[in-house]
Design a protein around this ligand. Structure first.
Ligand code: CP
Length: 315
């Protein structure tokens, strides 16, 4: 069984989940990420803290943002990066994920970013020890820690603090690893989280209570006065046909549009982790409007992922 922290310390050894991440480490990650931003361009700049290290991107599910962002971040830090072609790998011949990870370790990887359709922690539990630092690039409906970290940092950069903010998360919460990690991060940093979505796309009440998510009656209620609105797509790849919402009724009840934007706080920030399905969960007028942080999130993601990889190196 591998542990997130180096034994007896709060030094981050792997980034698997945000559960139990001390507030101090959020702030340290924000500072590190800021230090990687070029003040003139606002984009991540190069450094050599990972020079001589090997980073492997092992993505067992599709990705645009997370995979590219980690690849670019590792390259900016001076690491060699290998993108593992899972579709043509021995996993298609029946090799287990944990054996595949053992092989990647034997080939010399220092850090492995892994996206996984199921439960990453269960596969990592089969590894007794490891020299590699694992970064969860999103596993099943469980966690997407680097996405949540870049999201809360995006809010932090705009607002200076999350303390006392009201965040609304709208859409398919049940199948969203982003919503789960974001709820943990928002709560840890002092924001309140309200959710709204189709009843069959909300997590069970007991889980929502554990995640400090308050369920609103409807989207209008959830977004009224909200300082941050996070829109999520319907994760069709994880939904059985009988649970799929009808597009027309979903749009009328749950889409975040200009009318609903008008209910939020005047300067509310609008986030979407991507990929966006325009005109379904969010309208283009909102996604491309002045309050949208959607593309800032992508830019900030590179510096945040550099910060994560740098912190893991120092375990
Ligand atoms: N937000 C996110 O995880 O996007 P990708 O699936 O493109 O990586």
């Amino acid at each position: 069984m591998i542990e997130q922290f180096t034994s007896g310390t709060n030094k981050l050894r792997h980034l698997l989940t945000l559960d139990g991440l001390p507030d101090k480490l959020y702030l340290e990650l924000f500072e590190r990420a800021q230090s990687f931003l070029d003040p003139d361009s606002g984009r991540a700049r190069s450094s050599d803290v990972l020079r001589g290290k090997l980073v492997v991107n092992a993505f067992f599910e599709p990705s645009t943002r997370t995979r590219l962002s980690f690849e670019i971040a590792a390259g900016l830090l001076g690491a060699r990066v290998v993108n593992f072609d899972v579709a043509n790998s021995a996993t298609s011949k029946g090799e287990s994920v944990s054996d595949t990870l053992r092989v990647i370790e034997c080939l010399g990887a220092d850090q492995v970013v892994i996206r996984h359709g199921g439960n990453l922690l269960a596969d990592l539990a089969e590894l007794e020890s490891t020299k590699v630092s694992y970064i969860n690039g999103g596993d099943g409906c469980h966690a997407h820690p680097s996405q949540a970290l870049l999201d809360v940092w995006t809010v932090m950069r705009e607002r200076g603090s999350l303390e006392g903010l009201q965040a609304a998360i709208i859409g398919d919460i049940r199948h969203s690893r982003v919503a789960r990690s974001l709820a943990v991060a928002f709560t840890a940093l002092g924001a309140k989280v309200c959710v709204a979505g189709p009843p069959n796309l909300l997590p069970p009440a007991a889980e929502m209570a554990l995640l400090c998510m308050e369920a609103a009656e409807d989207v209008d209620t959830a977004v009224s006065g909200a300082d941050v609105v996070v829109c999520l797509r319907i994760q069709l790849e994880r939904i059985t046909d009988s649970n799929q919402p009808q597009e027309e009724s979903y749009i009328s009840q749950y889409r975040f549009d200009e009318r609903r934007l008008g209910l939020a706080a005047k300067d509310a920030l609008i986030l979407h982790p991507g990929p966006m399905n325009r005109e379904i969960e969010i309208t283009s007028t909102v996604a491309d409007g002045p309050q949208s942080c959607v593309f800032k999130q992508a830019t900030n993601g590179v510096a945040m992922r550099m910060a994560i990889m740098q912190m893991l190196l120092e375990h």
